[in-house]
Design a protein around this ligand. Structure first.
Ligand SMILES: C[S@@+](CC[C@H](N)C(=O)[O-])C[C@H]1O[C@@H](n2cnc3c(N)ncnc32)[C@H](O)[C@@H]1O
Length: 206
């Protein structure tokens, strides 16, 4: 029997979807299900603005996004499809897993050259700390899905979580690299919920 994972995300559904978004969820989402290969993974893509940028920057690579929040998935679908519901040519390399990423990592042999996690939920209260996704066990799972030169890129504007992640990394076989990075501001970053200014990045490799 599969291990019961601790839930690392908040709600799965927000406000009722528009007719267009519901149609895209019903008819387009199933066509974008992950196949047996993908080159780049983004975990918790939110509304998908960074995932879209990855798809455009890497036209010859399959970019897989995992996100259990249905309104985020619908927002991404709406942004990558035209009025008729056809996926725009620049986004044909996007695959979507609309659920907890651990379900797909535990059951597949993907090997990614890049794994992105931008603004993972910080679960700041001490009693919620166990919900943090980027613990040592999960980082080791990510490490097992990297290509030989692959890297894990983490961004957060929550300093306490940042320090906590670095402590977790020490318990793994991963090593930290130069961590300056210029990437787009995601929706969560723009909300700047932690009240800080710039995110810090952690870049990990084997
Ligand atoms: C704070 S939001 C940040 C969203 C986006 N990356 C951004 O920067 O705007 C964290 C996201 O991670 C997602 N998430 C949390 N646990 C996850 C998991 N186990 N698998 C996939 N996504 C997860 C949540 O649903 C949420 O959308």
């Amino acid at each position: 029997m599969e291990k019961q994972e601790i839930r690392t995300f908040g709600r799965r559904h927000g406000k009722k979807l528009s007719i267009r978004k519901q149609n895209l969820m019903d008819n387009v989402l199933p066509t974008l299900a992950p196949k047996n290969n993908a080159d780049i993974l983004e975990i918790g893509f939110g509304a998908g603005e960074h995932l879209r940028a990855l798809a455009i920057e890497n036209p010859n690579k399959i970019v897989l996004g995992a996100e259990p929040f249905m309104n985020g998935v619908a927002a991404l679908l709406s942004a990558i499809c035209d009025e008729s519901g056809a996926v725009l040519p620049e986004y044909k390399n996007i695959h979507i897993f609309p659920d907890d990423v651990r379900l797909i990592l535990n059951n597949n042999r993907f090997a990614f050259s890049e794994i992105w996690i931008l603004h993972p939920d910080p679960w700041p209260k001490a009693r919620h700390e166990k919900r943090r996704l980027l613990n040592a066990e999960f980082l080791n799972i990510l490490a097992s899905h990297l290509t030989p030169n692959g890297k894990i890129i983490i961004g957060t504007d929550h300093w306490e979580y940042y320090d906590w992640i670095l402590e977790q990394v020490k318990k793994t076989k991963l090593r930290c690299n130069d961590s300056t990075l210029d990437t787009i501001k995601t929706r969560y970053q723009q909300k700047n919920m932690a009240g800080t200014t710039e995110p810090k990045y952690i870049i990990l490799s084997l």
